[in-house]
Ligand binder design. Structure first.
Ligand code: NAD
Length: 365
């Protein structure tokens, strides 16, 4: 199989972690007889420095003509003072809009080797953590009107939250379809006791439920969901929610599984072209020190193979290799145990060594 992959290394640790994912993809391609061709795309702070634009149209076009996009991370304090349109994160929002990806899917799964890294009590972790948050990505308050005005001698800021029935239905379907492939439990999260947009959300989800009689639909208010994720995460299979709630809940979910550096994500729309990225940011505090954990990016590459290229065996091989390297006790600094006794069975490795070890392990039983 031949595939073109647009690669956005981005800022901070972005280039370091993407390099490891490419190493892993190349080894997989070699073993399974595929050809992956990489097309470099500038986005974020590095694009602002080079092109005075966080995502020039020519760069977006490269992404749109690729089979999928692999992204490291963008952003950093160097660009924080720029006006909104010129911020690195604006590149990301424009990329998501340009690719028409409206669904962000984040697994929250605990790796048994890292169960100690969860901040939750062992009794909660032992019940199991394995759910997916399906977050609406191109609507809601982040894409509504934003304005700051002067009124009666003081500033007033407004952000508008809008959802249409169509937007709710298409993300709702992804929620139901995802649940169908898992344990058939879908929890719709909203704030229908206060927000009109949430009441429309709830109605839309319940209308769809008639088409998915095999999936058990439940409703939960977002504030309760935030509590339940730390109280008993084993109750969840698939959560579907709107953009801002999903942003917040998925960060919370990432923390209970251990390290933010372990978690991949996919963003998909109507086509198989997806955007694959780890959930963390550009971690400027550790950039250039070869200490970042590349596993979230490596697993994002595996998701790309599974969901966009239909290469399940190849994705399995990558995930197995990650598990094996963790079994062998190799840990980047973020997942290195704090406990002196547990440290004895682990070895601290850098970002590049972790990437090399995973790549070497692919294809070995
Ligand atoms: P962050 O995720 O970059 O870092 C939070 C903490 O987690 C830091 O201590 C960092 O060192 C650590 N961390 C993150 N990824 C890690 C990894 N792979 N291995 C080990 N440790 C890791 O969040 P932040 O500090 O709030 O943001 C930094 C910059 O990233 C900001 O400019 C922000 O806007 C941007 N950002 C970008 C994206 C994206 O590109 N998708 C997402 C979130 C934040």
């Amino acid at each position: 199989m031949n595939k073109n992959i647009a690669v956005i290394r981005g800022d901070g640790i972005g280039p370091e972690i993407v390099e490891q994912a490419i190493l892993v993809l190349n080894k997989t391609a070699f073993l399974f007889g595929h050809t992956f061709t990489y097309v470099d795309v500038d986005m974020g702070g590095c694009a602002i420095d080079k092109w005075q634009d966080p995502l020039p149209q020519a760069m977006l076009d490269k992404c749109l003509s690729s089979d999928s996009v692999l992204l490291g991370a963008v952003g950093g304090s160097k660009w924080n003072r720029l006006p909104g349109e010129m911020r690195p994160e604006k590149g990301l929002l424009r990329l998501r809009q340009g690719m028409k990806v409206y669904s962000n899917n984040r697994p929250a799964k605990i790796w048994p080797q890292l169960s100690d890294a969860s901040p939750l009590k062992p009794a909660i972790v032992e019940k199991g953590i394995d759910f997916i948050i399906v977050r609406e990505l191109t609507g809601g308050i982040y894409f509504g009107e934003h304005k700051t005005e002067e009124e009666a001698g003081q500033k007033k800021a407004t952000d508008i939250l809008t959802y249409t029935e169509k937007e709710i239905e298409r993300i709702g379907r992804i929620g139901f379809e995802t649940a169908r492939k898992r344990n058939k439990k879908l929890c719709s999260v909203e704030k229908s006791n206060v927000l009109d947009s949430s009441r429309l959300w709830k109605e839309g989800l319940h209308r769809l439920a008639a088409e998915y009689p095999d999936v058990e639909l439940s409703d939960m208010l977002v504030d309760n969901c935030a509590m339940q994720i730390v109280k008993d995460p084993s109750q969840f299979d698939v959560i579907v929610t709107e953009n801002m709630f999903g942003d917040i809940l998925s960060d919370e979910a990432s923390m209970i599984t251990g390290s933010i550096g372990m978690i991949p994500s996919s963003s998909l729309g109507e086509t198989t072209r997806g955007l694959y990225e780890p959930i963390h940011g550009s971690a400027p505090d550790i950039a250039g020190t070869d200490t970042a954990n590349p596993i979230g990016t490596v697993l994002s590459a595996a998701m790309m193979l599974r969901y966009s290229f239909d290469l399940a065996k190849e994705a399995d091989a990558i995930e197995k290799a990650v598990s094996h390297v963790l079994d062998a006790g190799c840990r980047t600094a973020d997942i290195f145990p704090a406990d002196a006794e547990k440290q004895k069975s682990c070895r601290k490795v850098g970002c590049s060594e972790m990437g090399r070890l995973i790549a070497e392990q692919i294809g070995k039983e």
